[in-house]
Structures are given as C-alpha cells and as structure tokens.
Design a binder for this molecule. Structure first.
Ligand code: FAD
Length: 408
C-alpha cells in the first residue's frame, strides 16, 4: 500500500517544529514527509532585526535545515512554492516541478503589508526575511561610507515606521549600533538621527500603559525622536512624507504590519488580508486535509478576536497540528487547539526589554535577561541543549553566502 504523503510548506517556526514533532510521533514507514522551504536554512524570525542592524553574527540567526531535521525521516527540498492546486492536491514549485500531497501544511509565514502607500513597496526596507534584513545592514553601512564623501545629512537620518513589537525592537538595535558605526567612520554621533514614526497615539499599541510609558521614556532618553499620532503618506529614495511635513532620509525601515501569503488569494480562496481562517483543529475548513498555522493563518480565539501573528502562537500550534495530521491518517480523534498566552517581551537593544511574563510587568535589564531565556527555550525546542551550547559559542559571520543585492 502507498504511504500517505505529508507535505509541509515553510520551515519557519511553525513548519520546522511540526516536522520535528512528526518525526517523533510517526511510526516507521507510516507516512512520507517532505519539507519545502525557499532556503536551505531556518532563520530565527524573532531576531531578524539584529541582522538588520548587524548586532548579531549571521550564524546565530540562521541554522542549516539539514542539521535540524532527521534526514532519514524527512525529505527536505530547497524550493520556492509558486502555487497550490487544492483540487489536484498538488504544489507547484518555481522550478516547474509539482509535488503531490495527501496531507498538506501551509506554514509560509507573513508578507509585509504596505497598505498601498506610495513608495513603500519600492523604497522602504523590510524586516521580512534573512536576506531582506541583511539588505538593511548593507545599506546602513553604505550610508556611513557615503556620508564621508557627500556630507548629505539624509544619510545619517534613520527612520523606523511602526512602533509595534518589531518596530521597537529595530529601533533598539539602531540605538545600540549607530554610535559604534559613527565612531568607526569618524562621524560625530550628534549628527545621527533615529526617528520612530507611529500612527497610533502611543508606542507599543496593545501593550499595558506601564510598558508604553517605560518604552517612550527610555527611547527618548536614548535620543530617539518619537513621533506618535503621525501618519506616513508616502516615501521616495530620499524623503518620507508625513501628514505634518517631510523628513529627508535615505533609510525608512517599514514595520507597520503583516498579511498572509499571496498564494491563497492567487488560488481564488476567501482570505482575511491573505490569511486563511482555520477551524479548531487548524484545518482550512473548505479544503480536504489542508492545515495552516502561524502567520498565514487566522485562528479565532472567540467570536470577535483572532490570535495575533506571533512566534508564540505558531510554536503552540505546531505540535497540535502534527498530532492532528497523524490522527487523520490513523482515523482517530483530532485535538482542538487551545492557546495559552505566556506573555510577551520586546527587546530594546541587547541591554533592555519590556513586557509581561504571566501577569507580571517586567522591564529593563531583568526583562532583557528574560528575553534571552525565551530565545534559549526556542533553541532547546529546535535542537536540545546541544544547540544552545553550539549557538552560545557560535561567532560565525555567515554559514550561507548572501550578497548585498539579494533581498528576498
Ligand atoms: P516564519 O517563521 O516567517 O516562516 C515562514 C517560512 O516560510 C520561512 O522559512 C520562509 O523562508 C518560508 N517561505 C516563505 N515563502 C515561501 C515560498 N514561497 N516557498 C518556500 N518557502 C517560503 N513573535 C513573538 O512571539 N515574539 C517576538 O519577540 C517576536 N519578535 C519578532 C521580531 C521581528 C523582527 C519579526 C519580523 C517578527 C517577530 N515576531 C515575534 C513574530 C514571529 O516571528 C512570527 O509570528 C513567526 O515567525 C511566525 O512563524 P511562521 O512559521 O508562521 O512563519
């Protein structure tokens, strides 16, 4: 009898942990598992801002997939998914190859939401993948070198759009790295501007007031210009246009929201900003044996509220999804997914952080330590204590070759 084919799209948080759980739970020869990902490395998405700023070596953020999975149990394919034919149960790859499935997990993560604002797509930098983040790093380095030639102040003005989780974390890294770059390039740091632009009334929308006040005061004390209640109308290579005026800058880092992967819209399915609503078992109800987790899914916590697109959600969904795929193969009962919020901590450079663990508000150096514990916990999930130790002593600059031009 043919073994059922399980195909997993995306080796981010959701995809890789589901794969590892399947490796653990499936009996020998019970199913054939194929994992497909654009690159042959897994990146730790929650730390991409460090790649953008250059505050962490590449080797700490990207991990070769072959070293994370059991190659005897999972077939890994480095490929870009172009489209899915849900009727034919077939995935089309950029190479033209088609991969058939009996059970499919779509875990392709997010795409950047530009809200159609002119210039953002072309001129703003995005923290959406390892390569796009690396492009930010190369660009910042270039601005300092070029400033020495043309003294254009727009080169030393760094604007981050969005003061949610990701935006604040990016600003924090800039605060850490830019004084060092200024020193290296013999540029007085007083000439460097870091501007954080947020459309809402406050930084960190959705966080408690304690966290908002702490973060606002901390960033201001670090010299960041905080512009809240400020909408961006557009940008070019040299200027960001606000409702209230213009900022001359060659660096706008866009961090204002995410949407799901384009391929659901391309398949003519009904989406919520590119994301698929899933049922309590993490399946797409209108399709047969198709599961979807992480940032390209919408899981309704109740009638009104969807879970946010976070690593925490993807990581909790992954083992339940693996269990449910196996239950479907074995014709046993599926388990409903129940989310347990454990808190969230946003880093502000390597030295400070802010957030909540359980019901406790935490801030400062203690919160920064908690953030490191959370990061270590993920490494433990991925590769046990050996991976934690390996990453602790990993000062490799880049285990993969990335050129400044490659940004996807
Ligand atoms: P991802 O982890 O994004 O993985 C998607 C995978 O699919 C990637 O490997 C990608 O290469 C691959 N892929 C995409 N398209 C294709 C294609 N066409 N073909 C093949 N492969 C493809 N969340 C938290 O809970 N806590 C945090 O502190 C936090 N900090 C963050 C900081 C930053 C800078 C960012 C950007 C996000 C942060 N998040 C945080 C959000 C969190 O990273 C995401 O919610 C999480 O990564 C979602 O996991 P996922 O598996 O859905 O997608």
């Amino acid at each position: 009898m043919n073994k059922p084919k399980i195909v997993i799209l995306g080796a981010g948080y959701g995809g890789i942990i589901t794969t590892k759980k399947l490796e653990k739970l499936l009996k020998a020869n019970e199913a054939e598992v194929t994992l497909i990902n654009k690159h042959d490395y897994h990146y730790i998405t929650t730390q991409l801002h460090k790649i953008g700023a250059g505050t962490a070596p590449d080797g700490k953020i990207i991990l070769p997939i072959e070293e994370l999975i059991d190659n005897e149990k999972t077939m890994f394919k480095k490929a870009t998914v172009n489209s899915i034919d849900f009727e034919q149960k077939s995935v089309s790859l950029e190479s033209g190859e088609k991969i058939d499935y009996d059970y499919l997990l779509v875990a392709l993560g997010f795409q950047v939401e530009t809200f159609g604002i002119p210039g953002i797509d072309t001129h703003a930098f995005k923290i959406s993948s390892f390569r796009s983040s690396k492009a930010i790093y190369h660009h910042i380095q270039k601005q300092f070198s070029m400033y020495q030639e043309d003294n254009n102040p727009a080169r030393l003005t760094f604007a981050v759009a969005g003061a949610g989780f990701t935006g604040i974390e990016m600003v924090g890294e800039l605060v850490e790295i830019l004084p060092k770059l200024a020193k290296t390039h013999h540029v007085p740091f007083e000439k460097v501007r870091i501007i954080n632009i947020e459309a809402s009334q406050n930084l960190l929308p959705g966080f408690d007031q304690d966290a908002v006040t702490y973060t606002t005061n901390l960033l201001k004390s670090m010299g960041v210009e905080v512009l809240t209640a400020t909408k961006i109308l557009g940008c070019t290579e040299n200027v960001v246009t606000l409702e209230s005026g213009q900022i001359e800058t060659k660096t706008l880092i866009w961090s204002c929201g995410v949407r799901g992967h384009q391929l659901f819209d391309d398949a003519g399915l009904q989406t919520v900003r590119g994301k698929m609503v899933v049922d309590k078992y993490l399946r797409i109800p209108s399709l047969n044996n198709v599961y979807c987790i992480g940032d390209n899914s919408v899981f309704m916590k109740d009638d009104q509220t969807a879970l946010p697109p976070t690593a925490q959600v993807a990581l909790q969904q992954a083992p339940v999804c693996a269990g449910n795929i196996i239950a479907a193969i074995r014709s046993t009962d599926l388990k409903a997914f129940e989310y347990r919020h454990q808190g969230s901590v946003a880093s502000i450079s390597d030295y400070f952080a802010v957030g909540k663990v359980g019901s406790f508000f935490i801030k400062g150096k203690f919160a920064a330590l908690m953030k490191k514990v959370i990061e270590a916990k993920y490494l433990y999930c991925l590769g046990g204590p050996a991976l934690i130790v390996k990453q602790l002593f990993n000062f490799q600059s880049s285990p993969v070759k990335v050129s400044a031009k490659q940004s996807q």
